[in-house]
Structure formats: structure tokens, C-alpha cells
Design a protein around this ligand. Structure first.
Ligand code: 8OZ
Length: 365
């Protein structure tokens, strides 16, 4: 069979990042950093995993905490220590050598944590509202504790953690940064009415609730430039017990403000993260028209949906998450319309090579 030359497989630019095609590997938490060494990525196995997937036009790294206080799960990598930066270098070099680009997804989990994940620190959030979920602790799961409501000066410190994370990402050889603003983590906690009960300039009206997100964006842009800065948003997702009755009223002004800043891309989780796409409350077509940068679409895309989204101009690129776990050569399979392998759910978040680097690839990398 001849591979299709559809627009999805043609090169483009995402901000200042030149990509070989418009298939994006979505950020995927895999919990395989070296936790004992201080949440350090870059083992031979980690390098192999990313290299195997480096026919994607753009790889977005697994979510990567900007501080120990921003960690919420076992063995997720960080981007705040020198050892972590050195570890990431092995990965970015391998991906770039294979012809792909990779941005670091920088992350603070906020209240989605437990002191056993943060070196004893109480999780932080915009307000002292515990999520109604079980969070990860060292040997299983525990009810999430009530977080500490950040003071104004603590907010500045956290913004600086993102700034330093972005600077470290560039030092580690990344091609840019995706700020994790989705899925009920810290930035999303500021955006939404269910988690932000603040009465200062960070709470209340949407113009205030988007302030933290924009301060993080401005700090990252100041450090690495708008053309290398992107953000992931999930305006209607209930992930991690986050709720908002008026998503358009909050995320609309945020999208406009991000467009004014000229950032490279917004990566939209269209619908419930990993779930139904058809949730009401936010007009993604409006966002596509309004935002001047690249629109990366995500959430449950099939081959046909992705081909159509890019061909019709509804999106500039499409990010695939779960399909990338079991199909390292996803680009080639999509191009050839070859069958996709299924993910083994038991090996997504556990240590070791099984279900990580042993999915077959029919394309040598
Ligand atoms: C799955 C497990 C742990 C974290 C997200 C970073 O939802 C995550 C995540 C996903 O954005």
C-alpha cells in the first residue's frame, strides 16, 4: 500500500518549532523515572521509549513537576534539579537525532497530591478545598488531604518554579515547553469555580481566575519566548473533581489573552479527558478561529477524524495519547491505514520495560 500524502503527514510550523508532520504524541504519564535518585528521567529504557516514538512530528513529554511540592504520583520525572536536567538531555538528544521535536510538559499538581508524594509538604491549591478523590500515596491510595491555600507571596514562588522549569527545559535540550493547564491540576484549580474560592485578585470574576495562568505563561514567555511556549487546556473536562458551570466565560477570555501574547500553540482536550467528546459549555470552533497560534486537537481522535480535522482546517495538528502507548510507529500506521495495537492497561503506570518499550514497531527507529 502507498502511504497517503494527506496534510496530516506534511511538515508545518507550530510557533517557532518546525515539525516533520502534524501528528503529535500527547503527554503520557508512565511513572518510570528513577524515584530513588530524585525523580530523575533519562534511563536507557526511558530513552528507548521516546526514541521509538520519534516519527511523531512533535512529542510532548510526560507531565514533569516543577518542584517536589508539585508532585502527585510515584516516579514521575521532575525538571528542577541538575540531575533531572542531565537525565532529560539523553532523551531530547535521542529524539532530535531521530528527526523529531520534543517539548517539556511542565506541571504542578496542586491539591491532587499527598504529603507522602511531596517529601512531607502539605499540598497547595488556590483554596483549602479537598478533592473528592483518592490520591496516590507511597503504598497505594489515600483520601486527598485538605490543601493549604497559597498566599500571594507563595503564588509568586510557584510562578517562579514554572519559570525555572522552562529555563531548565531549554538547558535540557527541549525544543519548547507546554504548560500543563488542564485536567484539574494547579492552573486549572485557579480557573474553576469549584476549586477557586479566593476573594483576592486571583479569585472571583473570570478576569481574576485567569490571572495565575497568565502569570505562569508570562513568566515562561519571558524565559524562552512566545514562539516556543504552548499550553494545554481542558475547558469542559471534569478530570480530578474539577467543575465549572460557565466554561466559555472563563476559558474564552483566557484564549483571547493567550492569542494576544502570541504563544505557539494551545493544545485542547476536547471533552472529558479520555472520555466523551460531546460535553457542552465551550465552543472549540470559536477558539480555533480566535486563537492566532497553532491549534492542537486532542481526545479520542481516530485516523479519519484526524485526517479530516487537519484537512478541513479545524486543527493544525492532532495529538494522540493512548494510541501512542501501544503503537510506537503510529505515524506510519496512520499513513498506511494499518491496524492499531491495543494497550495493556495493567502496564501503563508500573515500573519496568513491559508495556513500555516492548510494543512492536514496523518502522525502524
Ligand atoms: C494519568 C495519571 C496520572 C497523571 C493528566 C498528568 O491527566 C496527568 C495524569 C494522567 O494530565
Amino acid at each position: 500500500m502507498t502511504p497517503t500524502q494527506a496534510l496530516l503527514f506534511q511538515p508545518t510550523r507550530i510557533g517557532d518549532i518546525e515539525v516533520a508532520n502534524r501528528v503529535v504524541m500527547a503527554p503520557l504519564t508512565r511513572c518510570r523515572a528513577d524515584e530513588a535518585a530524585g525523580d530523575v528521567p533519562g534511563s536507557e529504557m526511558n530513552v528507548t521509549y521516546y526514541r521509538q516514538r520519534s516519527t511523531a512530528g512533535l512529542i510532548i513529554s510526560e507531565a514533569t513537576q516543577v518542584s517536589l511540592g508539585g508532585k502527585g504520583y510515584r516516579a514521575t520525572p521532575g525538571i528542577y534539579s541538575d540531575a533531572q536536567v542531565e537525565g532529560w538531555k539523553h532523551i531530547t538528544q535521542a529524539v532530535n537525532a531521530a528527526g523529531s521535536k520534543i517539548v517539556a510538559q511542565i506541571w504542578h499538581v496542586g491539591r491532587i497530591s499527598h504529603p507522602e508524594m511531596t517529601g512531607g509538604l502539605q499540598p497547595v491549591a488556590p483554596s483549602a478545598v479537598a478533592p473528592n478523590i483518592m490520591t496516590h500515596s507511597r503504598n497505594g491510595k489515600s483520601p486527598a488531604p485538605v490543601p493549604h491555600a497559597l498566599t500571594a507571596s507563595e503564588i509568586k514562588d510557584v510562578v517562579n518554579q514554572y519559570r525555572q522549569g522552562a529555563a531548565n527545559a531549554m538547558r535540557a535540550g527541549f525544543d519548547g515547553v507546554e504548560i500543563h493547564g488542564a485536567n484539574g491540576y494547579l492552573i486549572d484549580q485557579f480557573l474553576r469555580e469549584s476549586t477557586n474560592l479566593r476573594t483576592d485578585t486571583y479569585g472571583g470574576l473570570p478576569a481574576n481566575r485567569i490571572r495565575f495562568a497568565l502569570e505562569v505563561v508570562d513568566a515562561v514567555v519571558a524565559e524562552i519566548g512566545a514562539g516556543l511556549t504552548g499550553i494545554r487546556l481542558s475547558p469542559v473536562s471534569p478530570a480530578n473533581d474539577s467543575a465549572e458551570s460557565q466554561p466559555q466565560a472563563v476559558f474564552g477570555p483566557l484564549v483571547e489573552a493567550l492569542s494576544e501574547r502570541g504563544i505557539a500553540f494551545i493544545h485542547f482536550v476536547e471533552g472529558a479527558t479520555g472520555g466523551p467528546r460531546d460535553l457542552p459549555g465551550f465552543d472549540f470552533a470559536w477558539a480555533r478561529k480566535t486563537f492566532k497560534g497553532a491549534y492542537i486537537a486532542n481526545n479520542g481522535y481516530t485516523r479519519e477524524m484526524a485526517l479530516d480535522a487537519v484537512e478541513s482546517g479545524r486543527a493544525d495538528a492532532v495529538a494522540f495519547g493512548r494510541p501512542y502507548i501501544a503503537n510506537p510507529d503510529l505515524v506510519q500506521r496512520l499513513q498506511l491505514n494499518a491496524p492499531l495495537a491495543a494497550v495493556n492497561p495493567k502496564t501503563i503506570y508500573v515500573p519496568g520495560p513491559e508495556g513500555y518499550i516492548d510494543y512492536p514497531s514496523f518502522h525502524a527507529t
